[in-house]
Design a protein around this ligand. Structure first.
Ligand code: AHR
Length: 683
C-alpha cells in the first residue's frame, strides 16, 4: 500500500494525518468517475493516456474555520458593450428622443468611439410616391427641459406619405404573433384637421408586418399609443412613422417600441433571455449602474441618478464613457426592481464628484460638493424613505410604495489616488454616516491590485472596500492565496470587478482557482463579481473578455459564466479546512480545493479545480463525518483549455451533472483542465 509522503497544501489545518492510500483500480467509485470523465467529453489529449497523479484530499468536516459571507457571489452591471441600451433594456427604438450627440474627443483613445453620434442617428427619412419633406432636429418647443431635442418634419409635398423610419439597434428583432407597445409624442402645426400618423413595423423591402393609426394630430404635444402584433419574424425590421398630411410642420419625440414580453412582464422592462441568464446565476447582489460610466467621460456626463427616474420621457440621455448613448430608460427604479425580482441586494454606485481618471481629471469644486453629497442622501431616501418624503414619494408614484430595503451604498468606482480624491471622499463618508448610520458604505480601493486607497478606506472606517483587477490567468493562479494573510481588522474586501482577460475554458479555470481562495477567506471577502457582464457581439468596447455575449436574437454563456454559476449555486455556509497530500513531490498537481458545508441542505461541498494538463486521482477523506448519503452529485466543467463558446456553437464548454457514489472516503478522478463541484449529502 502506498503512503502519501508530502504535504502540498494545508489550509487552516492543525495536524496533518497521513492516511493509507487505497487501491483504486478496481473499485466501483473509480468506474463512476470514469463515467463522469467520459461524459465530460473533450479532455485534452495531453491528459488522456497519461498517468494520473495520485493525491489524498483530507477535509475536516467537524471543524469549520470561517463563516462564508451570504453575499459572496453577485453581479456587476454596466452599460458598456450595449449592455443596457440595445441589450438588457428591452426598448427596440434607438435614439428615441433624438438626443444623441458627440462629445469632443479629448484624447485619441476615445476618438474612434465618440465619432458619429448625432441627433438623427438610427433614423432615416421617408418620402413615398412623390412625397417631399425636410427634416431638422430643433429645440424651440421642447417636450420638457430634460428632453429638449425633437424632430421637425416640414411637409413640402404629401405624395404617398412622408415621415421617418427608425432602424433600431442595427435592425429591429420582432417575432411572429408577439405584440408590441408603441408610443410617441407628436404635434402638427399649420396643417389640416384630422390628419394622423400610420406607425408600422416594416421589412427592409417595405413589407408591412403590422401597423396602427394614431388619432387626429393637434397643434400641441400629445402622446399617442397603440399596439402592433407582428405578422412575421425578422431581426431586420424598422419602425416607420408616416403621415399623408398635405401641409404643415410635424413634430415628433420620444418614439418607443416595446415588446409586451419582458422579464416578469414589467413595463419599461428587460429583455427576458438576458435577464433570465442573469437570474440563473442566483446573484446575491447587483452592483450598478457601472464603473467608468458612473464617473462619466467628464463630470458633465457623470451618471446622476435623478436623471434616471420618473417618466421616461423626462429622463436626460447621456453620452457615456464608452462612446455611445444611454437613455437612462433603464434607470434607478428599474435597477432596484430588477434586484427585487432576482433576490439580489442593490448596490448602487454613486460618483464622488471626480471624473474617470482614465480620460482626464475633473473635480467638482469644493463649494459644489454638497450637491453631489445630497444626491447620495436623496438616493437613500428614494430607496428607503417614507412615501411622504420627497424622494420616497416619487418611488411610490412610480409604483413601489414599499421601500426597496437598501442596505449598502458604493461611493466612487475606482478613483485614482489623487489629493483631490483624498480631500473629497471623506466628506461623502462623513455625511452618509451622520445621516444614515444604518447604511453600509462600500468605498473604493483605487486602481489595480495594489489597492492604493485601501489605507484611506480603513482610516475612514467604511464597511468594505472595492478592488478591481483585469489580469492574465497566470496572475489569478499565482495570487490564489491573496486573502489568506490580509488585515482582518480593516474594511471587508469587495472584489467588485475582475476577469482573467479571456473567455477560454482556461480563463474560467484560472478564475475558479481564485474563487477557491476567496471562499477560504469568505469571512473577509464579503462580495465578488466578474466583469464586464454583457456584450453585444457587434459592439464590444471591452475587448478582453465579457461574461455573456448576445445579438438581437440570442445569447451565449461563456465558460466564465458557468464557473460563476457553479460557485454561486454551491457556495455553502462555512468553510472546512482541507489538505492536499501527494506522494510525489516532483509531480505537484495543479489543484485548488475549496470545501464548505451547506447547513440547510446538509451537504458537504467540495470544489476541485485542476489547472494542469495532468489528470489527478484523488482519495477524498471526509473527516469527522459519520453518515454520508452514498449518492452524490458532481457537476463538471472540463475540456480543451482553449475552447470557447460562440453564438454559433454555444455548447462547446458546458457543465454536466452526473451522480457518483461517495462515502466518508471515496475516490475521484479529476480530469485535466477541469472545475468540478461535488455535493455530498449527510444524514
Ligand atoms: O468593467 C469595465 C471597466 O473596468 C469599468 O467600467 C471600470 O470600473 C473598470 O476600469
Amino acid at each position: 500500500m502506498n503512503r502519501i509522503k508530502s504535504v502540498l497544501l494545508d489550509r487552516h489545518s492543525h495536524k496533518i494525518q497521513v492516511k493509507p492510500r487505497l487501491n483504486i483500480m478496481n473499485t466501483i467509485v473509480r468506474s463512476s468517475c470514469l463515467c463522469v470523465f467520459a461524459l465530460a467529453g473533450a479532455v485534452s489529449a495531453a491528459a488522456v493516456g497519461s498517468n494520473a497523479t495520485p493525491v489524498q484530499i483530507q477535509i475536516d468536516c467537524a471543524k469549520p474555520t470561517v463563516e462564508l459571507s451570504p453575499y459572496l457571489y453577485g453581479l456587476f452591471f454596466e452599460d458598456i458593450n450595449y449592455g443596457a441600451d440595445g441589450g438588457l433594456y428591452a426598448e427596440l427604438v434607438q435614439n428615441r428622443s433624438f438626443e444623441y450627440f458627440n462629445i469632443e474627443p479629448r484624447d485619441r483613445l476615445r476618438e474612434k468611439t465618440a465619432g458619429d453620434m448625432n441627433p438623427m442617428y438610427a433614423w432615416e427619412v421617408i418620402e413615398r410616391g412623390g412625397g417631399k419633406c425636410q427634416t431638422t432636429v430643433s429645440r424651440w418647443t421642447p417636450l420638457n427641459r430634460a428632453n429638449e431635442n425633437y424632430l421637425t418634419i416640414y411637409i413640402d409635398k404629401p405624395g404617398d406619405g412622408v415621415g421617418v423610419a427608425n432602424l433600431g439597434y442595427d435592425g429591429i428583432r420582432i417575432a411572429k404573433g408577439e405584440t408590441y407597445d408603441v408610443s410617441l409624442y407628436a404635434l402638427l402645426r399649420d396643417g389640416d384637421k384630422d390628419e394622423s400618423l400610420v406607425v408600422s413595423l416594416e421589412g427592409e423591402d417595405g413589407t408591412v408586418y403590422g401597423s396602427f393609426q394614431t388619432g387626429s394630430l393637434t397643434p400641441s404635444w400629445q402622446k399617442y399609443s397603440g399596439t402592433i402584433t407582428a405578422s412575421q419574424s425578422t431581426d431586420k425590421a424598422r419602425l416607420t412613422i408616416v403621415t399623408k398630411a398635405k401641409k404643415g410642420k410635424l413634430l415628433l419625440d420620444m418614439v418607443s417600441l416595446f415588446p409586451q414580453k419582458t422579464f416578469k412582464g414589467r413595463k419599461n422592462g428587460l429583455r427576458p433571455d438576458l435577464a433570465q441568464a442573469l437570474a440563473d446565476l442566483h446573484p446575491k447582489f447587483l452592483r450598478f449602474p457601472g464603473g467608468c460610466t458612473v464617473h462619466g467621460y467628464g463630470l458633465a456626463q457623470a451618471y446622476r441618478w435623478k436623471d434616471s427616474v420618473g417618466d421616461v420621457a423626462k429622463r436626460r440621455a447621456n453620452h457615456t464613457t464608452w462612446g455611445y448613448h444611454e437613455t437612462l430608460g433603464l434607470g434607478y427604479y428599474e435597477y432596484f426592481q430588477f434586484c427585487e425580482d432576482i433576490g439580489a441586494a442593490p448596490l448602487p454606485v454613486l460618483p464622488v464628484g471626480v471624473s474617470c481618471g482614465f480620460n482626464f481629471y475633473e473635480y467638482a469644486d469644493m463649494d459644489e460638493l454638497d450637491d453631489w453629497i445630497q444626491d447620495v442622501l436623496d438616493l437613500i431616501e428614494f430607496a428607503n424613505g417614507s412615501v411622504d418624503s420627497k424622494w420616497g414619494g416619487l418611488r411610490a408614484r412610480m409604483g413601489h410604495p414599499e421601500p426597496f430595503g437598501l442596505k449598502y451604498i458604493c461611493l466612487g468606482n475606482e478613483e485614482h489616488d489623487k489629493p483631490q480624491v483624498r480631500e473629497r471622499f471623506p466628506l461623502f463618508v462623513e455625511a452618509v454616516k451622520k445621516a444614515h448610520p444604518e447604511i453600509m458604505i462600500i468605498g473604493t480601493s483605487g486602481i489595480g491590485a495594489n489597492i492604493p486607497l485601501y489605507p484611506l478606506m480603513k482610516k475612514l472606517g467604511v464597511h468594505s472596500s472595492d478592488e478591481h483587477y483585469y489580469n492574465d490567468p497566470a496572475w489569478f493562479i499565482k495570487n490564489q492565496n491573496r486573502f489568506d494573510t490580509v488585515d482582518r481588522n480593516g474594511p471587508k474586501r469587495f472584489v467588485g470587478e475582475y476577469a482573467s482577460n479571456g473567455n477560454t475554458l482556461f480563463n474560467a479555470i484560472a478564475e475558479a482557482v481564485y474563487l477557491t481562495g476567496i471562499e477560504r477567506n469568505g469571512d473577509i471577502v464579503e462580495m465578488a463579481a466578474y466583469a464586464p457582464l454583457l456584450a453585444h457581439v457587434d459592439h464590444v468596447h471591452w475587448g478582453k473578455a465579457n461574461m455573456i455575449y448576445f445579438d438581437r436574437q440570442g445569447l451565449v454563456k461563456t465558460p466564465n459564466y458557468y464557473v460563476q454559476q457553479m460557485f454561486s449555486c454551491s457556495k455553502g455556509d462555512v468553510y472546512l479546512s482541507n489538505r492536499v497530500l501527494s506522494e510525489n513531490t516532483n509531480a505537484t498537481p495543479n489543484l485548488a480545493v475549496s470545501a464548505t458545508r451547506d447547513n440547510s441542505a446538509k451537504e458537504i461541498i467540495v470544489k476541485l479545480v485542476n489547472y494542469g494538463d495532468q489528470k489527478v486521482d484523488a482519495d477524498i477523506y471526509l473527516e469527522g463525518v459519520t453518515q454520508v448519503v452514498r449518492k452524490t452529485e458532481v457537476t463538471l466543467l472540463a475540456g480543451d483549455p482553449k475552447a470557447v463558446n460562440t453564438l454559433q456553437h454555444p455548447d462547446v464548454v458546458v457543465p454536466k451533472t452526473t451522480v457518483l457514489k461517495a462515502g466518508e472516503q471515496f475516490e475521484y478522478r479529476i480530469p485535466a483542465y477541469s472545475v468540478q463541484i461535488i455535493r455530498i449529502g449527510m444524514e
